[in-house]
Design a protein around this ligand. Structure first.
Ligand code: HEM
Length: 737
């Protein structure tokens, strides 16, 4: 009997197993059936292996990577083709007209980012804008755009960046005077972490943490290679946070068996996700336990929690929506009862209150201002109890706050949207895809998430709020999205400056011409932030790190000392003058054209049935992943000529180009939200550097290295990175007034 049951189970399992294999085999006909050419897939893995190892036709087997593989395929298969990740088809666009058609003209329908089986789901309460799709994405985008693409806010961010530049680069370099070479990559990372931190929290990283050792439980001295130097350089915490994020990026790129399994069998993603949950119980080597087991929790408990409690307390606000039920969101750090961290913060909050009372701009406060938290005034004298209540109520509010906005969207969608969308499209040439959409709608089979509601009136948008989870997770995203990308871009710019004297002179000329408006950096620099003690190895900084709890408990004391007295108008002026420096703008754009940093992120998922593009020549079925071969477009002489696109030639931007040929920040409605911030940070760094230093290739490299800008840039799978990042830095006399 047992053996009979066993045979039945075994038989059924074999049927399912072989059925699945048969299904996988059939999948490999899909792209062909749609008329798309492409590389021949291997059973089970598709074309994944080619992303890792170049085919044997190459002289030596060398490591390949994502963008270069696409470039190679484009040369063989043309402007549009497909490949398989496991057995999932992916369509590649390598032509600006096609990209414009999908990302600009049809962007209403293709605003879904392609997802990977193991990445966070769009419906996850902690999902950020990068992974969300459909209406939820639109709501987030609408809110975040108001803050992140606002010129005044960006001018303010510039002030933060300028302070960070002084704190990291100039202070650091003065300390290392004896050192002939400087690792710009490390410096720019410090710069970025400091800037992003300040932009998010409105206070400098060191000011926030240095006098509060109990706050930073994760910051251990042993994390640092040389704690003494780090401490002396006043970058103790900055280094540590950089180290954490570097590790997180390493994890992102490291091969993991679970990620691989999910790619080759996405239908079983739930199994791999489950395994991921339990992987801590297994040997981490096999499953690759990430350094940040849960980045959100880490970030939350070390930064946001403190900031938020103080934020709520300072406003005298109790966040009250539903008083009774218990929170189950303790993973974010909120617990119903008091804990010691809360008590400590409570007693120290007065200092932070002073800071928040300044109503200083920062992302976290701005994002929170978009949430659905009703603010009730409460009795100021019951300070302690209020904080604890606010923590409790806050977690309640996070859950309940989500509901009104989502139901509102549903309501809007049901009443107006589908009809409106289709009506607007009546004037457009009717593609079969749109007709089909209409038929689907009339059969009430249109799923809410399939349409993007770009056509809503602006009044409707005003009611769209963020949930508190969304405000927080997007704050964390800013670190991930802006840290490595911008610092790498700055390193590439430094490389271009150090290897191309002609272009460097042109930049210097432009800086001289705009000198009056760009005076901020140098003036600040004159107030030396650092001095070196004569009789010891110890360095002394204007805000040296005191790991003991200080008597003077005002964490913003140092901030008051920083010479940042420019008014917002002046920062706006600086922002504008940076914007108006045409050569600088072209220079940075050219660097990003030659070395687009995050091109694998420019991807979409088709959200409608049968999207017709290129005047009906191509059909993209629903759920098809679409990626762009950015490198091929960036190096195409048809679009970038007549000067050879391989040559570094910023002036090529003087000619008007196709709207879809420069893609380092993506394109269309999902274009990078940090574009303005990133561009002004890069420009500020370049100007600051040239104002103060002569930058040359490192003395450790010979003349051949010196000329080789492109060869010194290593490209990784996911994003680009620089591996020769040491430069020789000497104090410049050029621009002294
Ligand atoms: C040189 C620096 C940067 C580069 C090269 C870069 C590149 C990109 C790219 C290629 C995308 C995908 C766009 C698309 O799908 O069309 C993207 C998205 C995004 N980036 Fe950036 N980025 C940079 C800096 C930043 C910074 C500093 C921030 C914020 C502080 C940021 C925030 C975002 C966000 C939020 C998205 C998602 C937008 C959405 O899905 O709606 N980025 N970025």
């Amino acid at each position: 009997m047992i053996s009979k049951n066993f045979s039945i189970i075994l038989g059924s399992a074999s049927v399912v197993f072989f059925g699945y294999l048969y299904y996988i085999k059939k999948c490999y006909n899909y792209l062909k059936s749609l008329g798309y050419d492409g590389p021949r897939p291997k059973f089970l893995i598709g074309n994944l292996l080619e992303f890792i190892i170049e085919p044997k036709t190459a002289q030596n087997k060398s490591f390949s990577h994502y963008s270069k593989t696409l470039q190679r395929w484009t040369r063989i298969y043309g402007k549009i083709y497909g490949f398989y990740e496991g057995h999932s088809p992916v369509l590649v666009l390598a032509d600006p007209d096609l990209v414009a058609d999908v990302f600009l003209n049809q962007s209403k329908l293709v605003t879904f980012r392609r997802s990977f089986p193991m990445s966070k789901k769009s419906s996850d309460p902690n999902a950020d804008i990068f992974v969300t799709n459909g209406i939820r994405w639109l709501r987030l985008r609408y809110g975040l755009e108001k803050i992140m693409l606002n010129t005044k806010n960006n001018a303010k961010c510039l002030e933060y960046a300028d302070n960070s530049f002084i704190n990291t680069f100039i202070a650091q370099n003065d300390l290392n005077k004896t050192q002939s070479n400087l690792d710009i990559s490390a410096q720019t990372k410090f710069f970025m972490i400091q800037t992003i931190f300040t932009v998010i929290f409105g206070t400098e990283l060191n000011n926030f943490i240095q006098k509060k050792p109990h706050i930073h439980t994760v910051f251990k001295r042993q994390d640092l290679e040389d704690p003494r130097l780090a401490e002396a350089n006043n970058l103790y915490f900055t280094r540590t946070v950089c180290h954490k994020f570097d590790k997180a990026f390493e994890d992102f790129e490291t091969f993991s068996i679970l990620k691989f399994m999910a790619l080759i069998s996405p239908e079983l993603a739930f199994v791999w996700r489950l395994c991921e949950k339990f992987k801590f119980y297994f040997n981490s080597y096999f499953f690759h336990v990430p350094y940040f087991a849960d980045p959100m929790s880490w970030f939350y408990s070390n930064f946001i929690e403190k900031h938020l409690i103080i934020y709520t307390q300072e406003n005298g606000d109790v966040l009250k929506l539903r008083a009774n039920s218990e929170s189950n969101d303790s993973h974010l750090g909120f617990r119903a009862g008091p804990n010691r961290a809360h008590m400590r913060l409570q007693s120290q909050s007065q200092n932070l209150n002073n800071f928040i009372n300044r109503k200083q701009f920062c992302y976290l406060n701005s994002f929170l201002s978009l949430t659905y938290i009703p603010i009730l005034k409460s009795n100021q004298s019951e300070n302690g109890r209020r904080v604890l209540n606010s923590v409790k109520d806050f977690s309640e509010s996070r859950r309940s706050a989500r509901l009104p906005s989502l139901s509102k969207i549903d309501e809007i969608k049901k009443n107006n949207e589908s009809a409106k969308f289709l009506k607007k499209d009546e004037n457009r040439a009717r593609h079969p895809s749109i007709d089909r959409l209409g038929r689907l709608q009339s059969r009430s089979r249109l799923k809410s998430s399939n349409l993007i509601l770009n056509d809503l009136e602006s009044e409707d948008f005003e009611n769209w709020k963020l949930t508190v989870n969304e405000a927080l997770s997007n704050t964390l995203l800013m670190f991930f999205a802006g840290y490595e990308t911008t610092s790498t871009a700055i390193t590439f710019c430094c490389k271009a400056i150090s290897t191309m004297p002609e272009q460097r002179e042109k930049l210097l000329d432009e800086i001289k011409q705009n000198w009056a408006k760009l005076k901020f950096n140098l003036e600040k620099f004159k107030i030396k932030p650092v001095k070196i003690k004569n009789n010891s190895n110890q360095f002394e900084t204007s805000s040296s790190i005191d790991l003991q709890d200080s008597e003077d408990d005002d964490v913003f004391e140092d901030e008051k000392k920083t010479p940042s007295s420019n008014s917002l108008d002046e920062w706006n002026e600086l922002y504008e003058s940076l914007e108006n420096m045409n050569y600088l703008d072209m220079f940075v754009k050219e660097v990003l054209r030659l070395y687009p940093i995050a091109n694998s992120m420019v991807s979409r998922k088709c959200a409608v049935d049968n999207l017709i593009i290129n005047n009906g020549n191509y059909r993209i079925p629903k759920d098809m992943n679409i990626v762009v071969d950015v490198l091929s477009i960036h190096y195409d002489s048809v679009w970038w000529g007549p000067v050879d696109p391989k040559i570094f030639y910023p002036e090529r931007f003087l000619t008007e180009r196709h709207p879809a040929v420069w893609l380092p920040f993506g394109i269309g409605s999902r274009k990078c939200l940090g574009i303005k911030l990133a561009m002004s940070q890069i420009k500020l760094f370049v100007v600051g550097l040239l104002q103060n230093y002569i930058i040359d290739t490192s003395k450790d490299f010979n003349d051949n290295d010196k000329l080789d800008f492109s060869e010194s840039i290593e490209t990784k799978d996911v994003i680009y990175t620089a591996y020769l990042s040491c430069f020789s830095i000497t104090k410049s006399q050029n621009l002294e007034i």
